[in-house]
Write a protein that binds this ligand. Sequence first.
Ligand code: ADP
Ligand code: PRP
Ligand code: MG
Length: 212
Amino acid sequence: MAEPLTLALSKGRILEQTMPLLKPLGIEPLEDPATSRNLVLPTSDPNVRLIIVRATDVPTYVAYGGADLGVAGKDVLLEQGGHGLYEPVDLGIARCRLMVAGRPDADLEGRRIRVATKFVNVTRRHFAAQGRQVDLIKLYGSMELAPLVGLADAIVDLVDTGNTLRANGLAPLEPIADISARLVVNKGSMKLKHRAIKPMLGKIAESVDRNA
Ligand code: ADP
Ligand code: PRP
Ligand code: MG
């Protein structure tokens, strides 16, 4: 009897871009995850089930063993620290960049600035590495609004096409990190379910190479 595995995914781009990587392994959800209200989804592989969680909760589920594996953005892993997890495969999906952004004419030098972001830990580290102390304002979304209404001098957010920044009259100012989604694995599962997980990692890496 093969070992049952639980894989944590988040709705939206992670789910949409992970499915094609799993299909060659014979893992396809038996109901449409985009429309289903079920949070536990059986797949065409009787030993693999998906659970649907918030993107920022994936590392928590996997670290505590609520799932054996998961797919998490590197931004989330950098912000939360990635404790208790292995991060064996860069899936190369959900690519974007973490950036400092602000008004195109923003002068951020020579004074203490206010930075609004949901990535407070990454932001603190980024400016500390430059020897700068900044005042952090924690937000949970719509960061682009903050410089427009004078809440902050700059933001730290994810940028892909730059359309969201442009639409709000903002510009990218400094890159922080290139981001893509990573396969994460519970450390205990990696040992105890090695026989199931090891070949799966290999096959997913092959899917990623074919995708590249
Ligand atoms: P959330 O509801 O948390 O915003 P998303 O599906 O938008 O969920 O984001 C999940 C992950 O996808 C993020 O952690 C990040 O790694 C990546 N991501 C977010 N926005 C973009 C984007 N515009 N382009 C590409 N990847 C993105
Ligand atoms: C993400 C991110 C930015 C935007 C950047 O938002 O938070 O706002 O994408 O992408 P762009 O540079 O291509 O415009 P998302 O689309 O995930 O919406 P959300 O606010 O629901 O997270
Ligand atoms: Mg988003």
